[in-house]
Write a protein that binds this ligand. Structure first.
Ligand SMILES: Nc1ncnc2c1ncn2[C@@H]1O[C@H](COP(=O)(O)OP(=O)(O)OP(=O)(O)O)[C@@H](O)[C@H]1O
Ligand SMILES: Nc1ccn([C@H]2C[C@H](O)[C@@H](COP(=O)(O)O)O2)c(=O)n1
Ligand SMILES: [Mg+2]
Length: 238
């Protein structure tokens, strides 16, 4: 599978390691579907080796995903993996991928799934706990399909924090964590990308009966009281 994924990268990247097309989510989805027709269940497949219980945590920029994940970890003992944070760590490592990722994040674009899933897989493999909260992923259909194919698993549940745009803008501009993408120009681009790409993912999990839509307006504690029952209900299941 890794060999297949490596050969895929030559389709996605030109020799300068920049995406050939930057239309969000579109440039490599077809390639993923073509190369990964069969879900990977062989040796090295995480879902075979570990008893996984995965929750994807979705929502627009500033909707409160990270804030609520911290509370879920505290109360229900999950391991929190933020896709955005892993990408920022890759930038900080000064790797070749890091330079590509930085350019994309500054422009509010979604990084090619191959890079993001590689980082998630590494973290999941090195963690004894099989209960994962995967925050900010999948951002689009390409992300979703890549995860299924490379990790060989589907989420057990999906949280979607539903928040109006004006509130998300206000929260991000007040965040003050020194992120390169926390400025009004990049936020507008991120919101555009979010609006254009999240819906098919939400719809996919909704049809599977895995989606929990949470109203993300209110205090952090009020919102957590809406989240709590989702995890309390499945506590006995894992
Ligand atoms: N319910 C809330 N009310 C007001 N502010 C909030 C609330 N929840 C989170 N915040 C604040 O809003 C900002 C964004 O929250 P957070 O970082 O959790 O969002 P996020 O969804 O992870 O965003 P991103 O996708 O950009 O990483 C933070 O400064 C956080 O402290
Ligand atoms: N699946 C993902 C998650 C994140 N990114 C990039 C693009 C985002 O704007 C940035 C920050 O993510 P956040 O911390 O807001 O979740 O990271 C991506 O390309 N793909
Ligand atoms: Mg976050």
């Amino acid at each position: 599978m890794w060999r297949r994924a490596t050969s895929l990268s030559s389709l996605i990247f030109s020799s300068s390691r920049r995406p050939l097309r930057d239309q969000q989510g579109a440039y490599s989805l077809k390639a993923w579907e073509f190369f990964c027709a069969e879900p990977f269940k062989g040796e090295g497949c995480l879902s075979k080796e570990k008893n996984l219980f995965i929750t994807f945590v979705l929502g627009g920029p500033g909707s409160g995903k990270g804030t609520q994940c911290a509370k879920i970890v505290e109360n229900f003992g999950y391991t929190h993996l933020s896709a955005g944070e892993l990408l920022r760590q890759e930038i900080a490592s000064n790797s070749e991928d890091g330079a590509v990722i930085l350019d994309m994040i500054k422009e509010g674009k979604i990084v090619p799934s191959e890079m993001t899933v590689k980082l998630l897989k590494k973290e999941m493999e090195s963690c004894d706990n099989g209960k994962f909260l995967i925050d900010g992923f999948p951002r689009n259909e390409e992300n979703r399909i890549a995860f299924e194919q490379i990790i060989g698993a589907e989420p057990n549940s999906v949280l979607f924090f539903d928040c109006p745009e004006e509130e998300m803008i206000k929260r991000v501009l007040n965040r003050n964590e020194g992120r390169v993408d926390d400025n009004i120009d990049t936020i507008r681009k991120r919101l555009k990308v979010f609006a254009a790409s999240h819906y098919p993912v939400i719809e996919y999990y909704s049809k599977k009966g895995k989606l929990y839509k949470i109203d993300a307006i209110g205090t952090e504690d009020e919102i957590f009281e809406r989240v709590r029952p989702v995890f309390a209900a499945c506590k006995g299941a894992h």
